[in-house]
Design a protein around this ligand. Structure first.
Ligand SMILES: *Cc1c(COP(=O)(O)O)cnc(C)c1O
Length: 380
């Protein structure tokens, strides 16, 4: 089975981690600072704070913004559950807004329509690796004095109107899970230009304590204070060394993903039953996912059967994502009547194709053969 996503780790990544194992610092050491500095420079942000995973990064962002009981944060209906869960962790309520039918990105007009007196922030999700319409979202956020957060877990390496993802929102969230653009095993990052927000994220990842061991060592002091209820969600030096080594390869990683996507685009242009997600002209896409919308009006079966047929061809297809409010947990906490029409319609026909670094052109051709075969077979 050809997997849907897979990491690329080579010998210099292994060496980088081995060096840390032989050093004095396995965690809270120099590799953390080095990775943060390199990452901030890479995405053109002033500050980068490394945390244990993308979910912790989202949680830290909600903490830094002071989201609390009864407050609302607008999130797109189609995303990974963690985007909404981070609001619930803080006692707040995610408010689901519908997506644009062509791109499946948060629709700015839909987001605006969900704003109430309790709304504090908008989390935009760069679904599949395509940056959202940040100019429109910024305008709405400013007009209503809301914070703008980018869940950029799919879009490291992408840009919007020539500006890097990571510098487009007040807080920008990344994940280094193995299927993402670069990996540190598990890992996450928050980037921001705001020193105060960055400091809040640092406090959050270290128990709510306002100083770290380096600052205390400088002052020859034992004294520390816990100012708020934080957590331990630090990223170790082992992981930061891997992340740092991977970050150097990001341009090549993104280049190959775009190449695979272009082969898919070309190979599926004459298959009317499938339509790749639209890409807007002002973005450069990072292609974390390559998503097809299957035109169910042109098929005699539903997505479940298409999915099974592609798996039977040994293609490790996947579905990203069911609208978050349809999960049983969200039903239980009061979202059972929620309905975003575009998200529902899109979800019924979504299938993601394999896309990862060491896929060969032959692998891509095999996927195209399977997709056209299945599309033609079920065509009406
Ligand atoms: C991967 C992902 C996350 C969570 O990241 P983890 O590192 O797995 O915790 C959050 N949001 C989106 C959109 C993601 O794809």
């Amino acid at each position: 089975m050809l997997p849907c996503g897979h990491q690329w780790v080579d010998e210099d990544d292994v060496q980088a981690v081995a060096e840390v194992l032989r050093s004095n610092w396995l965690t809270t050491g120099p590799k953390v600072d080095e990775f943060e500095r390199a990452f901030a420079d890479c995405v053109n942000a002033r500050e980068a704070v490394a945390v244990s995973n993308g979910t912790a990064a989202l949680h830290a962002a909600m903490f830094a913004l002071g989201i609390g009981q009864g407050e609302e944060v607008i999130v797109p209906a189609i995303t990974f559950v963690a985007t909404a869960n981070c609001v619930v962790y803080r006692g707040g309520s995610p408010v689901f807004a519908d997506v644009h039918p062509d791109t499946l990105l948060l629709d700015p007009a839909q987001a605006a329509s969900k704003i109430t007196s309790r709304t504090k922030a908008i989390i935009a999700v760069d679904y599949a690796g395509q940056p959202c319409d940040y100019d429109a979202l910024r305008e709405i956020a400013d007009r209503h004095e809301l914070a703008l957060v980018a869940d950029a877990c799919h879009s490291l390496g992408a840009s919007y109107n020539g500006r890097s993802v990571g510098s487009l929102a007040d807080l920008n969230i990344f994940s280094f899970h193995p299927v993402k653009a670069i990996t540190s095993g598990e890992g996450g990052m928050v980037t921001t230009d705001d020193k105060t927000l960055a400091q809040q994220v640092r406090i959050f990842r270290h128990h709510g304590i306002t100083t770290d061991h380096k600052q205390r060592a400088e002052k020859d002091s034992f004294f520390y204070e816990m100012a708020d209820l934080g957590y331990n969600c630090r990223l170790s030096d082992l992981q930061c060394a891997l992340g740092l080594s991977q970050l150097r390869k990001l341009p090549e990683f993104v280049r190959r993903r775009r190449e695979i996507a272009a082969l898919y685009d070309e190979g599926l242009a004459d298959t009317p039953a499938v339509c790749p997600i639209a890409v807007r002209s002002e973005v450069s896409h990072a292609y974390h996912l390559y998503v097809l919308q299957w035109n169910l009006n042109r098929l005699r079966v539903d997505r479940t059967e298409v999915f099974a047929a592609l798996r039977a061809e040994n293609i490790g297809v996947n579905v990203h994502y069911m609208p978050v409010y349809k999960h049983p947990y969200y039903h239980r906490i009061g979202y059972e009547m929620e309905f975003c029409a575009t998200a529902e319609r899109a979800y019924a026909g979504l299938i993601s194709l394999p896309i990862f670094l060491h896929m060969t052109d032959q692998d891509v051709a095999d996927v195209l053969t399977a997709v056209t075969k299945v599309a033609n077979y079920f065509h009406v």
